[in-house]
Design a protein around this ligand. Structure first.
Ligand code: ZN
Length: 137
């Protein structure tokens, strides 16, 4: 008997509803095939869980409980969700980029001339410092 037909019939084997000949075939296969034996153990375990009296009966209406669980979950679209800071930063950098694209040339010129002025002042003060140092010596 092949593994797939054993595994296909394993639930019927577990509740002993197969023809006795098939029962024997599967039993023999399970003794020599580790994979199907593991499969069989899984089926038995699932069956045990399924029949566990601790599980809530399926006849109960589960909808209110499920809906209550869904309502307790944080909505991904609430205004104070955790994605908001990122969104704000993305918007801020998009705005900055837009401002830069439209005013970039003027901004850059202003920045360059400002840096140039500072450099000039810096050079002058260094030169003044050097003059005073050489004048003292
Ligand atoms: Zn097998």
């Amino acid at each position: 008997m092949k593994c797939d037909s054993v595994q296909m019939n394993i639930a019927s084997y577990a509740d002993r509803s197969l023809h006795p000949i098939n029962m024997e075939e599967i039993k023999a296969h399970l003794e020599e095939c580790e994979a199907c034996r593991a499969w069989y153990q899984d089926v038995l375990e699932l069956e045990r869980i399924w029949n566990d009296p601790a599980l809530p009966a399926l006849e109960e209406d589960l909808t209110p409980a499920v809906m209550a669980m869904i309502n307790r979950r944080p909505s991904p679209y609430r205004p104070h969700n955790r994605f908001n800071p990122l969104l704000k930063m993305a918007l801020a950098s998009a705005c900055a980029l837009l401002v830069f694209i439209y005013n970039g040339a003027e901004f850059f010129d202003a920045a360059v001339s400002h840096i140039g002025m500072i450099n000039e002042q810096f050079a002058q003060s260094i030169s003044a410092m050097l003059h005073s140092v050489s004048g003292n010596s």
